[in-house]
Design a protein around this ligand. Structure first.
Ligand code: GTP
Ligand code: MG
Length: 337
């Protein structure tokens, strides 16, 4: 019997920055449009909830998170993510940093800090971020930090890269200052720099899947073994490419390419597949009237006599596999077998 591993994952950032939205999309099969708040203003949601109106259900579904929303996400069978979605309204933040400080910040494996790229008050956002980092250094100095600069869809595409880079530079600089003044803490790179992984994300494209696949990648035990075995399988069935998806989130856990497969110039294809498969699954559920999490999707295949063949199918209890092969009926059938 494999031991169940629990890691505490803190999801933090200002209210309205998009934390609960991304959580529901990745782990609860929501579509991006399902996350829109009834009332874009957090205060409004609170008032609505307090009034106990018949809209409470909707408000609960899409409103500001009250205090901490805890969930245990099962991943690949033996990994349980202990996800703490921390409501970002100021009163809550103050509470995490004072009364609940030890409770919130101890035993953290990963901190995911979400910045709203559209926020007008960057100084204030930074100050809050630094308070969080200080608490993390104090109680979980080995935690890994991921920074998501989120809602990138709201920025003109020509400006995205430079805005992202400026923001990340600032975050790194402030984090380094904080670590220096604390004198201890947080994992560093060989260069001596604090090891922060940053992503530009949006719920409206596949960038969210890229970020979360990377976060998960760091948490899955035995990944090296899985990767080696996927490579063996790929060579045996003469595949060009294999992608392994986690069953519910459709995040890519592992991938392998043959030398020919590695020439595929199609960028972002892993996270694009996650995004597409997730939407596909969701529309199947919609048309058959089954609940969001019900499993519907079993098999997909594409065969071209001249280009390539591909299938996506259930693989293990917790995974789906995508296999791309050179054309040829015999090879395809053998691989399926
Ligand atoms: P608190 O629970 O109060 O801390 O807020 P939160 O960080 O959980 O924010 P939430 O996920 O509730 O999102 C707030 C609003 O932002 C919703 O209306 C979302 O639809 C919207 N939103 C989330 N992600 C994105 C994004 O990538 N782009 C855009 N344009 N809007 C987003
Ligand atoms: Mg929330």
């Amino acid at each position: 019997v494999k031991k169940v591993k629990k890691k505490k994952v803190l999801l933090m950032g200002k209210s309205g920055s998009g934390k609960s939205s991304m959580r529901s999309i990745i782990f609860s099969n929501y579509l991006a449009r399902d996350t829109r708040r009834l009332d874009e203003d957090g205060e409004g949601d609170m008032a609505l909830r307090a009034a106990g109106s018949s809209l409470t259900e909707v408000a609960h579904d899409s409103g500001a998170t009250i205090d901490i929303d805890l969930s245990h996400v099962k991943f690949l069978g033996n990994l349980t993510l202990n996800l703490w979605d921390c409501g970002g309204q100021e009163a809550f933040m103050e509470n995490y940093l004072s009364q609940q400080r030890m409770h919130v910040f101890s035993n953290v494996g990963v901190l995911i800090y979400v910045f709203d790229v559209e926020s007008r008050d960057v100084d204030r956002d930074m100050a809050t971020y630094i308070s969080v980092i200080s608490a993390l250094i104090q109680y979980s100095p080995t935690a890994k930090v991921f920074v998501l600069v989120h809602k990138m869809d709201l920025i003109l595409s020509a400006q995205r890269e430079s805005i992202f880079e400026d923001r990340v530079k600032l975050v790194r600089q402030k984090t380094a200052e904080c670590v220096a003044s604390a004198g201890v803490g947080l994992p560093t790179l060989p260069s001596g720099e604090v090891d922060i992984t940053a992503f530009a994300t949006s719920i409206w494209d596949q960038s969210l899947y890229k970020a979360w696949a990377s976060i998960i990648h760091d948490l899955v035990p035995n990944l090296a073994l899985i990767e080696t075995n996927i490579g063996h399988l790929g060579r045996l069935i003469e595949a060009e490419e294999i992608q392994l998806f986690e069953r519910t989130s459709f995040l890519v856990v592992s991938n392998w390419c043959s030398p020919v497969g590695a020439l595929n110039p199609f960028e972002d294809r892993y996270e694009r597949m996650s995004n597409i498969l997730k939407s596909f699954k969701s529309s199947l559920a919609k048309y058959s009237g089954t609940p969001r999490n019900a499993e519907q999707f079993r098999d997909f295949e594409y065969k071209s006599g001249t280009r390539f063949s591909l299938f996506i199918t259930k693989f293990t209890t917790n995974t789906y596999i995508l296999v791309a092969l050179p054309p040829g009926e015999a090879r395809y059938n053998a691989a399926r077998l």
